[in-house]
Design a protein around this ligand. Structure first.
Ligand code: HEM
Ligand SMILES: *[C@@H]1O[C@H](CO)[C@@H](O)[C@H](O)[C@H]1NC(C)=O
Ligand SMILES: *[C@@H]1O[C@H](CO)[C@@H](O)[C@H](O)[C@H]1NC(C)=O
Length: 510
């Protein structure tokens, strides 16, 4: 949602008061747009498309979007309206009270955010709503049970070690080296999720030539990012005729074929092996085992098509989001060396001579976890989520929105809202100490969303982040690379326009 091509309506009618969108006519309704404004905006949209976009992908100062959002959040700490390109306008929510009201409901997702992913991930948990979503959510929840996640820890620890051995080789001749971490972490999380989701050993971190499935997933995430950034490509017709569009379709086909094949093979072998309990004694259960054996009380399971959507959804959600999280946490720790050192000392105490993190270690990382949360506050991997209201809503202050309205809960703005957070720009992990957190609004910190549609993979993600950050800090010192500061760009997942660069320095042997 970085569609800055239109002048924001906020600037056109900056009514006084805390809600930027409050109408001054006395009616307590938000989001009414007059016909003339609509016509002007539609015209300016087309002139923008025609005049500017053919000459380059530079839309209204990219990288400025977040700054603007924060300015508006200061001015309108509760909410403001915004155009999201095309013909879509919505209310951007900056305040935990408003967010809580929306998170508690079960409105369908607005397609503002996920539209471009659907050809790939299909109608899985992320996209579904209503009874079908409920059925899937119930079937999948056991797959994220504590016992299931436990055996993943050594898998992730191994994948991390492969990445760090690579880093050490890169450093062979230098004492410090600048590294773009997003790319490295991306392959590592892909390696991990493939092992956890269907026991697929891709070796994608070490093979020079990526195998076709890894390449397809890797390309799909990047192609969607590119598409969101290229205004013309948001149009389906134009996109599908472009070379990017063809590439995307090709990659989708490959990914789907692979997923289908894996599902069929596993269905067959599960029939031979019998019950999950018996299998669990021989090997760890991966997500696919759980998905294939999931049955509701009538004995109904998921169809092959539904299964494929869920597996592909995990591939996307389970890799791009954690990559963003880990990369930005590294950046934040590079900027805050004293906190980084305190984490390292805690981790040395916990791990001793070991270099691989174990399940038992995770609960002991008190300070490290506080730093991870503080980085997730400043750099939420999913900067915002959207809903299309299926019935009217009344917020706690009595203001209402009609049915059909689009709302964007800006996790990013909530996390930096100055009416909620003291000195929001400052990195201060002690905000997340037990005492200091207990005072806070329940919805002030929502990197994994909240309510019935919260992130089902939250525990998995936190485990993965802890393992990776711990192993990195024990082998390397992370320093800021002041020559290449990241430029955050709001996409479905928080990325940086120019990558995320840090300096690596090998620590002396323990
Ligand atoms: C740091 C990592 C992660 C972050 C910040 C994150 C964040 C989120 C957020 C904000 C949502 C709500 C989306 C919305 O309302 O539109 C969500 C939903 C979801 N996440 Fe995550 N996620 C992460 C990792 C994961 C992982 C590792 C998995 C799976 C293995 C996963 C699977 C899902 C699924 C399936 C949903 C949809 C749940 C539903 O609607 O019932 N996520 N995530
Ligand atoms: C390190 O130096 C050696 C000898 O000069 C060279 O062969 C090797 O490729 C270098 N390694 C890296 C990672 O630059
Ligand atoms: C709580 O926050 C304050 C202000 O940031 C800080 O000085 C204090 O040390 C924190 N308390 C704990 C237990 O971390």
């Amino acid at each position: 949602m970085q569609l800055a091509q239109l002048k924001s309506p906020v600037e056109q009618h900056p009514d006084k008061g805390t809600v930027g969108c409050l109408q001054s006519r006395g009616e307590r309704s938000i989001g009414v747009i007059t016909m003339t404004k609509l016509v002007v905006l539609i015209m300016s949209y087309f002139s923008f498309v025609l005049i500017i976009s053919p000459f380059g992908k530079d839309q209204v100062q990219r990288g400025e979007e977040f700054k603007k959002f924060l300015e508006w959040t200061e001015k309108y700490p509760i909410a403001f309206p915004r155009w999201f390109g095309g013909f879509t306008a919505g209310l951007v929510i900056n305040h935990p009270d408003y967010a809580k009201a929306v998170f508690a409901r079960q409105d369908p997702k607005s397609m503002v955010t996920y539209r471009f992913f659907i050809p790939w991930i299909g109608k899985g948990l992320l996209i579904l709503h209503g009874p079908k979503w409920f059925q899937h959510r119930r079937l999948l929840t056991p797959g994220f049970h504590y016992d299931i996640l436990k055996p993943y820890v050594p898998l992730i620890a191994d994948s991390t070690k492969v990445m760090l051995d690579k880093w050490e080789n890169l450093l062979a001749n230098d004492s410090t080296k600048s590294l773009e971490v997003f790319e490295h972490v991306s392959l590592m999380t892909l390696d991990s999720i493939m092992k956890c989701a269907f026991s697929y050993q891709s070796n994608c971190q070490t093979q020079r030539q990526l195998d076709y499935y890894v390449k397809a997933v890797y390309d799909l995430t990047n192609l969607v990012s590119q598409r969101i950034r290229t205004l013309l490509h948001r149009n389906d017709l134009i996109y599908w005729c472009s070379s990017h569009g063809r590439h995307f379709r090709e990659a989708c086909k490959l990914a789907h074929q692979h997923t289908e094949q894996v599902i069929q093979d596993r269905r067959r072998s599960l029939k031979e092996e019998g019950e999950l309990e018996k299998i669990q004694k021989k090997r760890y259960l991966d997500f696919l085992d759980i998905l294939l054996c999931a049955k509701d009380e009538n004995g109904a399971g998921l169809s092959d098509e539904d299964l494929r959507a869920e597996v592909d959804t995990f591939m996307f959600e389970g890799h791009d989001t954690t990559t963003s999280g880990i990369s930005w946490i590294l950046y934040a720790l590079a900027q805050n060396p004293e906190h980084q050192q305190r984490c390292r000392e805690e981790l040395k105490d916990i791990l001793g001579e070991r270099d691989l993190v174990q399940w038992e270690d995770l609960g002991k990382m008190t300070y490290t976890t506080m730093c991870i949360k503080e980085a997730l506050r400043l750099y939420p991997p999913v900067p915002g989520v959207s809903r299309e209201l299926s019935k009217p809503i009344t917020f706690c202050d009595g203001r209402t929105l009609p049915k059909g309205s689009i709302v964007i809960i800006s996790i990013h703005n909530i996390h930096r809202n100055p009416t909620i957070w003291e000195e929001p720009e400052m990195f201060d992990p002690t905000r997340f100490s037990l005492e200091n957190s207990s005072q806070r609004h329940s919805h002030a910190f929502v990197p994994f969303a909240a309510g019935p549609r919260n992130c089902i993979g939250q525990q998995f993600a936190m485990n993965e982040i802890k393992v990776v950050i711990a192993q990195i800090l024990l082998r390397f010192e992370i320093l800021p690379d002041s020559a290449k500061l990241p430029v955050p760009i709001p996409q479905v997942v928080l990325k940086s326009e120019n990558g995320i660069h840090v300096l690596l320095k090998k620590l002396d042997e323990r």
